[in-house]
Design a protein around this ligand. Structure first.
Ligand code: SAM
Length: 223
């Protein structure tokens, strides 16, 4: 079983999306500094979504230094709004994305993504939620009316990251309460998944790619 899953992983990686030169540098930085980027497999899904929705504007909650944005841009998104509370990371994003030739399609917003989103009317064809796990649901609520029918909200870290996946499994599959000492990250992800699944305007599911991404497609017109 171990051997087989190793083989599958190697097979998938060897045939997966490859990095541009600048993306390769971004990955090297992530390895050196243990920075949690979404990685090439989830990145390829962002690129695919940008192509399939013929994306106009994309909005990101928590952009880091621009790795996830580089995939939306590679998929042809017209414009992307990056938000980041860490100024040094946002400066790195500016430099990486300019060198990748994407500079004129990017808005760089320093500050809390939940404040910045209020300054934009949208529409956003695609959204990535990848900031503070306990505030994912707030991010979804702030942005849901800015996403048109057919648009997709993606949220990272559903199955890996600073979360207890055993507790999430027991919560959803066995209807057990979360343990009292569950971290606020685990509670945040449980709340997010519960919340989007209950929203009748969206169809949601978790794709077990990378750290696990929840895809929520808007299937009803905006109010
Ligand atoms: C997992 S990293 C983002 C990785 C990025 N999406 C990628 O895949 O390349 C999360 C980032 O969110 C930022 N962050 C945390 N809380 C935030 C907030 N309230 N508003 C904006 N950014 C935030 C952190 O500084 C960190 O850089």
């Amino acid at each position: 079983m171990g051997m087989q899953s190793d083989a599958i992983q190697r097979y998938i990686r060897a045939t997966g999306a490859s990095h541009s030169e600048v993306q390769g540098e971004m990955v090297a930085y992530a390895h050196q500094h243990e920075f949690p980027i979404i990685g090439p497999d989830a990145g390829a899904v962002l690129r695919l979504l940008a192509r399939m929705t013929d994306a106009g504007t994309v909005f990101e909650f928590g952009s880091g230094y621009g790795y996830s944005a580089s995939w939306f841009l590679a998929g042809g998104a017209d414009e992307i709004v990056l938000t980041e509370i860490d100024e040094a990371e946002l400066d790195m994003a500016r430099s990486f994305l300019a060198r990748a030739g994407h500079g004129d399609r990017v808005q760089y917003e320093l500050g809390d993504a939940l404040d910045v989103v209020g300054e934009y009317d949208g529409p956003f064809d695609l959204v990535l939620i990848d900031h503070d796990k306990p505030r994912y649901t707030d991010g979804f609520e702030e942005v849901r009316e800015k996403v048109p029918e057919g648009g997709v909200i993606v949220a990272d870290n559903m199955i890996r990251g600073p979360i207890d996946v055993e507790a999430l499994s027991a919560f959803f599959a066995d209807e057990e309460p979360l343990p009292e000492d569950a971290s606020e990250e685990t509670a945040g992800i449980a709340d997010y998944v519960d919340h989007v699944r209950a929203d009748p305007a969206f169809e949601s599911f978790i794709l077990p790619v990378g750290s696990g991404i929840c895809l929520s497609t808007r299937v009803a017109p905006r109010e």
